[in-house]
Design a binder for this molecule. Structure first.
Ligand code: ATP
Ligand code: MG
Length: 218
């Protein structure tokens, strides 16, 4: 790891976790805002391997979700796409990921785990939430339709010692589910996700996309 090489200073590593099925501008703008406001050195986008709470629903392969994440982040010098979670066997728990990362990076690298208002409200109930609190700072980004105050209440009620920074990001009322529905219906994803992502999911027939429709509806 390059981060942490200069022992005289602290590095701030943003970790943007998610299913990214597919990645969209809501994820990207939240991460960019966290990068700016918290003066992060780098943001790592980490598609979940097998997300613990999406086990029963059919999630797209880690390989495809990683490829789209790579395409979406490729032109940003301070964004990186990571295979760290998709290459691990079994169900992905954020606490495990943070423990493993802690073992890889030197102590002068601090972790900032970035989530939207919906995810941060639930984080108190995630496995080993106390370890998550110990290993990372949390960044809770505003997300249309979800109340950050509820996150604040949930975290206060948990009694866990989370260090949370609340962040106001340009509002995008979009979700991966919404993008999947649009593809299925043959509608355009223009201005919702970077074009290379749209190209990839059409080329690979994801979400019911057909190649023949690519071009007309992109
Ligand atoms: P799905 O509809 O499949 O649940 P999603 O759009 O919620 O997809 P996830 O991969 O579940 O995307 O979310 C990853 C992270 O990004 C979560 O912390 C979530 O809160 C955050 N996030 C997703 N969309 C937005 C958005 N539009 N604005 C701010 N944060 C968002
Ligand atoms: Mg979600």
């Amino acid at each position: 790891p390059v981060l942490g090489r200069d022992e005289g200073r602290t590095y701030r590593l943003g970790i943007m976790g998610g299913t990214f099925d597919p990645i969209h501008y809501g994820h990207l703008v939240a991460a960019e805002q966290a990068f700016d406001d918290l003066k992060l050195d780098l943001v790592v986008f980490m598609p979940a391997g097998r997300p613990a709470f999406k086990l029963d629903s059919g999630v797209t392969s880690g390989e495809d979700r990683f490829a789209m994440t790579l395409l979406a982040t490729a032109d940003n010098p301070h964004f990186v796409a990571s295979r760290f979670e998709i290459d691990r066997e079994g169900v992905t728990y954020t606490a495990d990921t943070l423990r493993l990362l802690r073992g890889l990076y030197p102590d002068n690298v601090e972790f900032y785990f970035i989530t939207g208002a919906d995810a941060i409200t639930e984080i108190v109930s995630w496995r080993d939430a106390d370890d998550i609190a110990r290993l990372a700072h949390l960044v809770g980004a505003t997300r249309p339709g979800y109340d950050l105050d509820r996150a604040w209440d949930a975290i206060a009620a948990s009694g866990l010692d989370f260090d949370v920074t609340y962040l106001s990001v340009p509002a995008l009322a979009i979700s991966s589910s919404y993008l999947r529905e649009r593809v299925e219906a043959g509608q355009s994803l223009r201005y919702l996700t970077p074009d290379p992502v749209t190209g990839y999911l059409h080329k690979h027939g994801l979400y019911g996309a057909s190649r023949s429709r690519y071009g007309q509806t992109r």
